[in-house]
Structure formats: structure tokens, C-alpha cells
Design a protein around this ligand. Structure first.
Ligand code: PLP
Length: 337
């Protein structure tokens, strides 16, 4: 049975070629630093993004967590978007486990954080306050890539306020491909960047955190503390290397499919479709309350899976073909006929 799963780009399954690369991977004990495939993945990713060093982690949450721990001490603070993954969707890990206080602020319409608002949240050096140390951005944010000019401003801003700048780049390759630029043009503005291999790139597991050698040394210690010191992890790193070597440029197909989906749905009066120029592989569709149950059930009978709710996020990825998108459009039209 062919499922069209639009819930997320995390649902992709490793292909036969990727599984073969995993099976053939040379391995060693990575806690000793002995796994050649993990080392290759880390060097490859660091070079690609333009950093000194990198660290393979089991998830994006873990990559962001160890980044926060390596940038901040107990009693420090990071400024972050209210809907950012590093604030809202990571179980409060930095606060729960690290005594690092988040200062969330609303995103602007385009997924950036207003730098004047950020400035107004930076605490003075005073015993009453946490020490503001770090600014976290997300790119893509809700599927939108951030303007390059904004990244330059954010970097200058962070330097002038002595803040470190971290990017949750779970989908940074989507951002680069959508703008037709090299990923390092985004990454070089940041002190650290986390990248997910298990989203649109199609690996089953894994993220990579990039930064300076010192920073990565501290992050490696925190990864061990978090229980993320994996042994013959080369089997997983091989999938990551495969994804970086084969699945980056093809993200453009996902963006084209998302665009096609948005255009196919936007003339239905029952829906409000959001897909702006800076969108990548996500289409946001608002469905009326009274329509949502019937629609979701109808889609399910056609083997199309979407997250429940009136705010639908439809995500294109490696396992969604253009024909799949066309049949999704047909089902929507038929349902609302
Ligand atoms: C998916 C995601 C992460 C990491 O999630 P994991 O499921 O822990 O790998 C981090 N940030 C963003 C924006 C994400 O979408």
C-alpha cells in the first residue's frame, strides 16, 4: 500500500542504496573517537558549512541542547522565538537540565526576530538578572527561509552586544537550495549551527552540530552527559553521509512539489492556503472547523495522512512524488465538489 504521508519530512524511509551504505560502513567505538565513518561525517559537514569542527548527535533536539549547554552557563539566558523549536518543542531541556533561562519573543511575519525587540530584552549586568549570552535563530522557520541581509544584521548585532549566535538549522539545506546559494553563505554568520540529517535529507537518524574546535569539545562532553555517546555509530553516520552526498540538490523537487500543491489547493473556497515566496517544503492550509473531520477522514481513506487540526501543515519530502501531489489535489477537489 502506498501511503502519502504529508505530516512531516521526518517520515522518509532509508532507500536500498542508503541501507547498503550503512551496511558497508567501517565502524569503531565513537566514544573513543575511533569510528572512521563518524569522523568523516563530522569533518565533511564542518567543511561544508565552513566550521572548524562538528559533532554527530542522535537528534536535532540533542544537537540544540548540547549547543545551548556549550554556549551558556547556569544562570545565563538565551533569546529565542516563542514558537522556535529550541524553546517550545524541546521539552525545555536547557532550563530543565541546564539552568539556562529562555527569553522567548514573538517571531515577526517572516520568521525573523526583530533586533530592536531583542535589544530591549538584553539584561543589564546586575545581580538581579540572568546574564544574556546567546541569540538563537531558526532557518528555515515554519518552512520559510530567512533573508541573507537579515542574517548579516543579526551577526553584527550579536557581535556588538557580545552575544553568541546559534542557528537551529534543522532545514538549513532547504534554505540554501531555495535561494540557490551555498549553505556556507548562511552558516558563516553563526557561531554554531545544528543540521538535521533525518528531515528532508532522508537519513533515518541523526543531526550534526558545527562550531569552533573549543565549542565542539565542550559540546562533546555535554553529549556524553546527555547519554548521547554512541559506540559503533558509523552505521548511522553512513546514512548521514549518503544523504549529504545524494539528497541535497533534490530538495528543489520538494519545493516545486509544495508550490504545485499550494497552487492546486488555493482556488478551493473552503480553504485558506499560505505559501509565500520564501516558503520551501511546507504548505499551510486553514480548514473550517466543520470541514476538518470529514476532510481528514476522506484523505485517510485515500491513504493520505495529515496531522489533525484546522491548521494543516502539509510537508513535501523524498517519499512524495509529483504524481502523489497531483492525486492529493484531486482528492481535495473531489471532496469539496
Ligand atoms: C525537527 C526539528 C528539530 C530537531 O528535532 P528532532 O526530532 O529532535 O531531530 C530542531 N529544530 C527544528 C526547527 C526542527 O524542525
Amino acid at each position: 500500500m502506498h501511503l502519502i504521508d504529508l505530516r512531516s519530512d521526518t517520515v522518509t524511509r532509508p532507500t536500498t542504496a542508503m541501507r547498503e551504505a550503512m551496511m558497508m560502513a567501517e565502524v569503531g567505538d565513537d566514544v573513543y573517537g575511533d569510528d572512521p565513518t563518524v569522523n568523516t561525517l563530522q569533518e565533511f559537514t564542518a567543511n561544508l558549512l565552513g566550521f572548524e569542527a562538528a559533532l554527530f548527535t542522535c537528534s536535532g533536539t540533542q544537537a540544540n541542547f548540547v549547543a545551548l549547554m556549550a554556549h551558556c552557563q547556569r544562570g545565563d539566558e538565551y533569546i529565542v522565538g516563542q514558537q522556535a523549536h529550541t524553546y517550545r518543542y524541546e521539552g525545555g531541556g536547557a532550563a530543565v537540565l541546564g539552568s539556562i533561562q529562555p527569553q522567548p519573543i514573538e517571531f515577526t511575519e517572516d520568521g525573523t526576530l526583530d533586533l530592536d525587540l531583542v535589544a530591549s530584552k538584553i539584561k543589564p549586568d546586575d545581580i538581579h538578572f540572568a546574564r544574556t549570552r546567546l541569540l538563537c535563530l531558526e532557518n528555515t522557520q515554519n518552512g520559510r527561509f530567512l533573508p541573507l541581509e537579515y542574517l548579516r544584521q543579526a551577526r553584527d548585532f550579536s557581535r556588538s552586544h557580545s552575544l553568541k549566535l546559534h542557528l537551529d538549522g534543522a532545514r538549513v539545506f532547504n534554505a540554501a537550495v531555495a535561494q540557490d546559494i551555498h549553505v556556507s553563505e548562511i552558516a558563516h554568520h553563526f557561531d554554531s549551527v545544528s543540521v538535521c540529517l533525518s528531515k528532508g535529507l532522508g537519513a533515518p537518524i541523526g543531526s550534526v552540530l558545527c562550531g569552533s574546535t573549543d565549542f565542539i569539545t565542550r559540546a562533546r562532553r555535554w553529549r556524553k552527559v546527555a547519554g548521547g555517546g554512541m559506540r559503533q555509530a558509523g552505521i548511522l553516520a553512513a546514512a548521514g553521509l549518503f544523504s549529504l552526498n545524494h539528497n541535497v540538490q533534490r530538495l528543489a523537487e520538494d519545493h516545486a512539489n509544495a508550490h504545485l500543491l499550494a497552487r492546486g489547493l488555493q482556488d478551493l473556497p473552503q480553504l485558506t492556503v499560505r505559501y509565500e515566496d520564501n516558503q520551501t517544503n511546507m504548505v499551510f492550509v486553514t480548514v473550517a472547523d466543520e470541514d476538518v473531520t470529514g476532510l481528514t477522514e476522506r484523505l485517510r481513506t485515500e491513504n493520505i495522512i495529515v496531522s489533525p487540526g484546522t491548521q494543516m501543515r502539509l510537508v513535501t519530502h523524498l517519499d512524495i512524488t509529483t504524481e502523489d501531489v497531483e492525486s492529493v489535489i484531486d482528492v481535495f477537489h473531489d471532496h469539496f465538489r
